[in-house]
Design a protein around this ligand. Structure first.
Ligand SMILES: [Zn+2]
Length: 257
């Protein structure tokens, strides 16, 4: 399985940098997991291949690129963009984004070939397939209804937390999968911001260390969704705090699991 984080920040020369303002991962270059930077950072090849978008939750940094991605492709689509999301997330999108005030309601629009966007609702905890990839939803503990996933391509599997705070449900599901290659887990804030992390339901290195004690598998642990303003601080704290090596996921790089 291939996984790539799309970039969402730039240095003084306009070259992408590591800071992750927005979240969008591509799996096997064809399925988007969240759509934060999808429109802005997708290559032309990505634009041609991505027709399925899975949303973990409706926070802006995970959906910002969604309306623009569909807008860019509006005239050329020969099949709708399929949005896989829970009913809660779909309700937010229809009420607060695709409401004709913020952006057009693409679910009601067609081009010459037919509908341009359709919703594929899933229940938290449910399992669904997208072209050879199986997604098993795991409810996680964020400020809003949110889903992590186990993603399985038939030969390898990874677990992906999305945004979350401590979640025994997530680790229980992860521990059921002794075929996992890696766990991708968030760590948004440094420890000095533990109050904000708690209020917004995110991890810091200290709280993540406690949760990693619940992981019973000997798998690679990858860190995602670090707030860009605190990236180096969080990475330093993770190195000092955790009693295991972790991989810090970087944008653009293709990871193979
Ligand atoms: Zn969030």
């Amino acid at each position: 399985m291939k996984l790539r984080l799309l970039p969402s920040s730039f240095d003084e020369n306009g070259v992408y940098s590591a800071g992750q303002h927005l979240t969008s991962f591509l799996i096997d270059d064809r399925v988007a997991l969240d759509a934060g930077s999808l429109a802005m950072a997708a290559s032309e090849a990505d634009r041609r291949s991505v027709r399925d978008i899975i949303l973990t939750h409706a926070h802006l940094d995970h959906i910002a690129g969604l309306p623009l991605f569909i807008d860019d492709l509006f005239a050329s689509l020969t099949e709708p963009i399929r949005i896989h999301a829970t009913a809660d997330v779909i309700e937010v999108l229809e009420r607060d984004v695709f409401n004709w005030s913020v952006y057009p309601r693409f679910s009601e629009l067609q081009n010459d070939n037919g509908p341009v966007m359709e919703y594929r609702p899933f229940e938290l905890g449910a399992r669904f397939n997208i072209g050879g990839l199986t997604f098993s939803s795991i409810p996680v503990d964020h400020k809003v209804p949110s889903s992590g996933f186990v993603i399985d391509d038939g030969s390898s599997a990874i677990a992906f937390s999305g945004d979350t705070s401590s979640s025994s449900a997530f680790w229980a599901k992860v521990n059921e999968r002794d075929d996992l290659k890696a766990v991708l887990i968030e760590c948004a804030f440094p420890d000095r911001m533990s109050e904000l992390a708690e209020a917004s339901h995110h991890f810091t290195p200290e709280t993540l260390k406690v949760d990693l004690g619940l992981l019973k598998l000997d798998v690679e642990v990858c860190i995602i969704n670090i707030k860009p303003m605190y990236r180096s601080e969080v990475i330093d704290e993770l190195r000092a705090t955790l009693d295991r090596d972790v991989t810090i996921i970087e944008p653009v790089r293709q990871y193979h699991f």
